[in-house]
Design a protein around this ligand. Structure first.
Ligand SMILES: Cc1cc2nc3c(=O)[nH]c(=O)nc-3n(C[C@H](O)[C@H](O)[C@H](O)COP(=O)(O)OP(=O)(O)OC[C@H]3O[C@@H](n4cnc5c(N)ncnc54)[C@H](O)[C@@H]3O)c2cc1C
Length: 315
């Protein structure tokens, strides 16, 4: 029987496991995907994060590497189950049964740090899409774009941030957006024009074909004039967002996000939630907020597990 099971080894769950070790709790952390780090690993590993305390800037993947190193440095670290998805949670007398696609575990308390849930990239929606080479949905290693013609599809933060990242090393970088206005930080959009990224707005993709078994031929249509245009690319990076598949745990939700009460407890006793999966008035979906939330939760869980202990606040 565990004191605590953390579901999700994104940045928030991973930091929770470190705090759990500091509190000397007997815990387990379970992650559905093949790597830790959540969105930072899957969606924007190369992005510079500039709003974390003490780092002028740090790449998302480097921040996760540091969080993981800190987690691993604890002798009493929580075992980590990777590629194991939590599918259900069942209430037993005074504990919960956490059921995964591989096993089941008993725990007195649970922390849901499931963020966007398990997710898959939203495709362009072309019939031949899965057969095309060099269409990517995330940027794991920016070096592959070295001296290549790169087309980025999308108009949000991730598309714009990636265009800025890829531009200095690519032969050409083009961003194609279906609307007139970008949904990204205005300073990043300004920077895109300063960096002379080819910006094609208000365009729809008609078709994409492989030519010479290598390059990709993209046929576009202007949404207003209906004029068509062809662009050739070595790589297409699709940034149309993710299709989240959220868990169906029997917990009170608001627009698919978990509603929380005092100490970030959910509608179920001793099940807590934090990070991007929760909602409350004023919730800011970023790293520092989630890291603070899990700190409150781990302290509360230590009090529940050890009611007579003098709970440490600093270490
Ligand atoms: C493009 C982009 C740029 C961003 N830039 C910044 C920034 O500069 N600064 C900043 O502070 N924030 C930034 N954010 C926001 C930040 O990434 C999130 O706030 C943060 O990732 C939330 O962490 P999390 O651990 O709650 O969720 P996630 O990162 O989503 O991690 C959740 C983890 O839980 C796992 N999981 C889900 N369901 C299950 C299940 N049933 N069983 C097991 N595992 C499960 C998932 O696989 C995933 O690994 C950015 C986000 C995006 C998309």
């Amino acid at each position: 029987m565990y004191d605590i099971i953390i579901v999700g080894a994104g940045p928030i769950g991973l930091y929770g496991a470190t705090l759990g070790s500091l509190h000397n709790l007997n815990g387990l952390i379970i992650e559905a995907s093949s790597t830790v780090g959540g969105q930072l690993t899957s969606l924007y590993p190369e992005k510079d994060i500039i709003d974390l305390p003490s780092f002028n800037k740090i790449k998302a993947k480097d921040f996760i590497a540091k969080l993981f190193e800190q987690y691993q440095s604890k002798k009493n670290r929580f075992p980590l189950k990777i590629e194991e998805k939590v599918c259900d949670i069942k209430k037993k007398n005074d504990y919960y049964l956490v059921i995964t696609d591989k096993d089941q575990y008993e725990s007195k308390t649970i922390v849901l740090a499931t963020g966007m849930g398990t997710f898959s990239p939203r495709p362009i929606g072309l019939e031949n899409e899965s057969k095309l080479k060099n269409i990517l949905y995330s940027c794991k290693d920016v070096k592959i774009f070295n001296n290549k013609d790169v087309v980025i599809l999308g108009g949000g933060d991730s598309a714009v941030d990636l265009s800025l990242l890829i531009k200095p090393l690519s032969k050409s970088t083009t961003i194609i957006h279906r609307r007139e206005e970008f949904r990204a930080q205005s300073s990043s959009v300004d920077e895109m024009y300063i960096q002379k990224i080819n910006v094609l707005k208000n365009k729809s993709i008609i078709s994409i074909d492989q030519i010479n078994n290598q390059s990709l031929q993209i046929k576009l249509k202007d949404n207003s004039t209906k004029n068509e245009k062809i662009i050739i690319a070595d790589y297409i990076l699709v940034q149309y967002g993710q299709i989240p598949s959220q868990d169906n745990f029997p917990i009170e939700k608001n627009n698919n996000l978990i509603k929380i009460y005092d100490y970030y407890q959910t509608s179920l006793e001793n099940i807590f939630a934090c990070g991007n999966i929760i909602t409350y008035p004023g919730k800011v979906k970023n790293l520092t907020t989630g890291l603070g939330e899990i700190s409150t939760i781990i302290t509360k869980i230590d009090q529940i597990i050890n009611p007579t202990k003098n709970i440490p606040i600093h270490f």
